[in-house]
Write a protein that binds this ligand. Structure first.
Ligand SMILES: [Ca+2]
Ligand SMILES: [Ca+2]
Ligand SMILES: [Ca+2]
Length: 176
């Protein structure tokens, strides 16, 4: 509908979706199931989603190409907060293609923040700077090349050839 009315870039690379609380669950659903439409998704202040099938499928489904940002608010709700952390860990440890922090997943823990829109709004820079960074040049720590010739490649924690000088997959230099 929006694409029909306005001059847009309608391809997946330029289409994202984000939501708060239940809206975040809906956004997650769209990013997980429809990566041909949405390339990036923001999921804010979730954690009570244990009974939703899309959150239980993250362990077994094939990995979508979507880049995800998600955050959680923990103030007064330690159980919900712990649940959100377990979703993050599920995504990072998937056998069917793990996510890598700061490459295709950013997680922000609002441990002392409440489950309210103003707090979620204050986290928008965390979301947007990851989903749509100002530069899309491939960082040295994520290009599959041993850029500095020290025999180790990229940011792949746990891999034998992980370059120890890479602090994240977004690190632009493999050098010390
Ligand atoms: Ca590299
Ligand atoms: Ca290197
Ligand atoms: Ca190095």
């Amino acid at each position: 509908m929006i694409d029909a009315q306005y001059r847009t870039l309608p391809d997946a690379a330029h289409t994202f979706d984000a939501g708060f609380s239940f809206g975040g669950i809906a956004a997650f659903y769209m990013g997980w199931g429809f990566d041909e439409t949405f390339s990036r998704v923001g999921v804010q202040s979730v954690g009570t989603a244990g009974t939703f099938p899309y959150f239980s499928r993250i362990v077994d489904d094939p990995k979508p190409s979507t880049r995800f940002y998600f955050d959680s608010a923990g103030a007064g709700e330690p159980v919900v907060f712990a649940q959100a952390l377990s979703y993050r860990d599920d995504l990072l440890s998937r056998e069917q293609g793990p996510f890598v922090l700061e490459r295709d997943l950013r997680y922000f823990a609002g441990e002392l923040e409440g489950h309210v829109r103003t707090a979620a709004g204050s986290r928008l820079p965390e979301m947007l700077s990851f989903l749509y960074p100002a530069s899309e040049e491939t960082p040295e720590c994520y290009d599959g090349v041993d850029n500095d010739g020290d025999g180790s490649i990229d940011y792949v924690p746990g891999a034998r050839d992980n370059d120890p000088d890479c602090t994240s997959a977004l690190d632009p230099s493999e050098e010390e």
